[in-house]
Design a protein around this ligand. Structure first.
Ligand SMILES: [Zn+2]
Length: 184
């Protein structure tokens, strides 16, 4: 039997994607300034020893689940995360109690992908794909999970929401000023 796998912590997973996915650091303009995976919350045990490139590849695959344009594309992206580790279901004794566990023997990047894939599959089931998205703010491609009662979230953070509101307000003021100038 290989490693026993559990779904990644959802809060950690979103923070991880927003640090390591290509879209996230492309928007940030730098690959240099990402946070350590262990500083993002409840880190999966296999993540800290992985190199940046492996982490970014897993994060990109999770990002693909969020931005998938159809249920088929989403299922495909989830399978890309889950299948490389070739998971197996078995019954083991944990503290003298029998438990059904998912295990896999593979490299750590595949195991992390599996753990992230299970967490994303749970999220898709729990909150629904319509409640996942990327930030509406310009120059931001961070992902969010919308847990608001109305399902009206459009930004990754309060900062992006404020920044966009200010930009919209200024654009409106400019339009009004232009209209006055044209009338004069
Ligand atoms: Zn944002």
């Amino acid at each position: 039997m290989g490693y026993i796998i559990e779904p990644a912590d959802q809060t950690w997973l979103i923070a991880f994607v927003n640090e390591y996915a290509t879209a996230a650091w492309a928007a940030r303009g730098s690959v240099e300034s990402y946070a350590d995976v262990a500083d993002l919350g409840a880190v999966p045990p296999m993540a800290p020893s992985l190199p940046f490139r492996s982490l970014a590849a897993v994060a990109d695959c999770v990002f693909d689940v969020v931005v998938a344009g159809s249920a088929e594309a989403r299922a495909e992206a989830l399978n890309r995360l889950i299948s490389p580790a070739a998971p197996q279901v078995s019954v083991v004794l944990l503290d003298e109690l029998t438990s059904v566990v998912l295990s896999a023997s593979s490299d750590k990047a595949d195991l992390l992908a599996l753990s992230c894939g299970l967490a994303m599959a749970e999220l898709v089931e729990d909150v629904g794909a319509a409640r996942m998205g990327t930030c509406d703010a310009t120059k931001c491609d961070r992902i969010y999970i919308d847990r608001s009662p109305k399902g009206s979230r459009a930004y990754c953070s309060q900062q992006c929401q404020t920044r966009s509101r200010v930009a919209r307000h200024r654009a409106k003021q400019r339009l009004a000023a232009d209209a006055i100038n044209e009338a004069a």
